[in-house]
Design a protein around this ligand. Structure first.
Ligand code: FAD
Ligand code: SIN
Length: 532
């Protein structure tokens, strides 16, 4: 049994920033950061475009960034959260720079990129490897605190609540509390108990619930599923963002390689594989319309013509400048025989980001006492029905600071819960048929991609429910008799996420932002046609 003041589950931008901030302010307190594989692996690491922040006050303003965020969010953003993130964002980004993060400069000033839905250039970036650079800098910084310990290859299984002390807890029970987490050490397969005064879920997204996703294999929604089981309130789970331009690769890669929206910000144009522009049919902003619109347009064109991909035309762009800005994208395409300067780049939409998650207040508290959520797994209200590009890293930074501050104020008034039982594994044995788990994961992805994807209908969602229910029952049976493994936990968590997405989608009787259902068509000011 390990006893720590603050247990942070997740070492991406949100978890690490929070841990660093808390460690800095409270050298007498012990913080542990858990990560389920290597400490470098996270969604954060793959971020390409950059961090959006108002930087050049001569051309840009907080009001403009706020307006763009609200516009993308399609009427569902929490305006207070938007104000907080936009106004506190630049200070947080400056801190990142002080901690050693490099952003590209154009001679002396920072080179500010542009992405879909932004009315100004305001995206700070490090080539097309911004997330990798931020993750590197945070890992380096975290190492400098003796009171901050890293446990990699530690997979959190479940949050500990009164339920584990033998008390029946339901979603309506008042005063549900979190006392820490049960965690699988995947190196020696032991399940350890981490008791904590405060637990922070910073486990990132859940893109792996879909067949094609830009998210790495760790993005299985573990934290959201654990919090849901711990009776935390969830919100906006129906709003799954599909990135319009992942690289089409017939060999099917998991994760799908992203072709950053910044490439369109740089001048690239979306076209059919035959080289014809079509975005003017869908939005006056064409290739730089917000992501939900562009992804739906590409999906629709593919379905109408029975094609496997659409294309991105970069052939008119300056080669030297392109390679300087996007070396990873250039080289990746080259490795597949695509010369970005001569050929159209084949692209398809891919599940990219979940706007919903564990509902939090403005300091990261969830509805469960002493349980915080931060980063992509949380729902702060910033994104509403659709996230504005490059607002995610910013949200992680801003709310990490706020949560660290709030935890600091409360930590001395919180007692450890000492009498936590050990994980009970009686009646379980090693899995005899791993194929049952891997096949169920495949089925789950198929169900979600076919029936609860970019375009939805009530009939498709109802079919998804039936199929998910079967998978749920089969998996619970396996779970009750089988030794815990990351694969089994991930399957179980993915089923929970799929259920939450489908249930929230079925409950929303309208088309809004990323949730588009042909049963409730929105009168779009521009678009006359019904999408397929
Ligand atoms: P993550 O960075 O995903 O970190 C999650 C952590 O939780 C990991 O350390 C993981 O190991 C750990 N974890 C998960 N489950 C468990 C468990 N059961 N037990 C223990 N540990 C666990 N956003 C932008 O703002 N700008 C961009 O340019 C941008 N580009 C993107 C490009 C790609 C390809 C992708 C996939 C995303 C991009 N995003 C971008 C989104 C952004 O990167 C993420 O939303 C953000 O990094 C999430 O950070 P996080 O700290 O919440 O989670
Ligand atoms: C991208 O670079 O296109 C991704 C940006 C984001 O997801 O915010």
């Amino acid at each position: 049994m390990k006893k720590i003041d603050v247990l942070v589950i997740g070492s991406g931008v949100a978890g690490l920033t929070l841990a660093i901030k808390f460690a800095e302010r409270h050298p007498d307190k012990k913080i542990v950061v858990l990560t389920k594989t290597n400490k470098e692996e996270s969604n954060t690491r793959y971020a390409q475009g950059g961090v959006a922040a108002v930087w050049d006050f001569e051309t840009d303003s907080f009001d403009k960034h706020i307006a763009d965020t609200l516009d993308a969010g399609d009427g569902l953003c929490d305006e207070e959260a938007v104000n907080i993130v936009v106004k506190e964002g630049p200070t947080r980004v400056k801190e990142l720079i002080e901690w050693g993060t490099r952003f590209d400069k154009d001679t002396t000033a920072y080179d500010l990129g542009r992405e879909g839905g932004h009315s100004e250039n305001r995206v700070l970036h490090y080539k097309d490897l911004t997330g990798w650079e931020i993750q590197r800098a945070l890992n380096e910084k975290a190492k400098t605190y003796p009171n901050l310990a890293y446990f990699d290859h530690y997979f959190a299984i479940d949050l500990i609540t009164q339920h584990h002390l033998g008390r029946q807890v339901t979603r309506l029970s008042p005063g549900v509390q979190c006392f820490g987490a049960y965690v699988l050490n995947t190196r020696n397969k032991e399940i350890e108990t981490f008791i904590a005064k405060v637990t922070v879920v910073a486990t990132g997204g859940a893109g792996q619930v879909y067949k094609t996703t830009t998210n790495p294999s760790i993005a299985t929604g573990d934290g959201m599923a654990m919090a849901y089981r711990a009776m935390a309130r969830m919100e906006n789970m129906e709003f799954v963002q599909f990135h319009p331009t992942s690289l089409f690769n017939p060999a099917i890669e998991n994760p799908a390689f992203l072709v950053s929206e910044a490439v369109r910000g740089f001048g690239a144009i979306i076209k059919t594989p035959e080289g014809k522009e079509f975005m003017q049919k869908y939005d006056p902003r064409k290739s730089l319309a917000p992501r939900d619109i562009v992804a739906r347009a590409i999906d629709n064109e593919m379905k109408m013509k029975g094609q496997d991909f659409m294309a991105l035309d970069c052939t008119h762009l300056d080669k030297e400048a392109f390679i300087a800005h996007f070396p990873t994208i250039y080289n990746k395409c080259k490795s597949l025989g695509i010369d970005v300067m001569k050929d159209l780049v084949p692209v398809v939409p891919a599940a990219h980001y979940i706007c919903g998650g564990i509902k939090t207040d403005k300091v990261g508290r969830s509805s469960v006492q002493n349980l915080y959520a931060c980063g992509e797994c949380s729902c702060t209200g910033l994104h509403g029905a659709n996230r504005l590009a490059s607002n995610s890293l910013l949200e992680g930074l801003v709310f990490a600071e706020r949560a660290a501050e709030d935890i600091g104020k409360r930590i001395d008034s919180i007692e450890f819960q000492e009498n936590i039982p050990k994980w009970d594994a009686t009646g379980t044995t090693d899995p005899k048929e791993l194929v049952l788990i891997t096949q169920s994961i495949k089925e789950l992805k198929e169900i979600m991609s076919s029936y609860v994807g970019i375009v939805r209908t009530s009939v498709r969602m109802s079919r998804a429910f039936d199929r998910l229910h079967l998978l749920y029952e089969e998996t619970e049976k396996i779970y009750s008799t089988t030794t815990i493994s990351p694969q089994l936990c991930e399957l179980r968590n993915l089923i929970t996420i799929a259920y939450l997405i489908t249930k929230s989608a079925a409950m929303r009787k309208e088309s809004r932002g990323l949730h588009y259902t042909t049963d409730y068509l929105k009168k779009h000011p521009f678009l006359e046609m019904t999408l397929m």
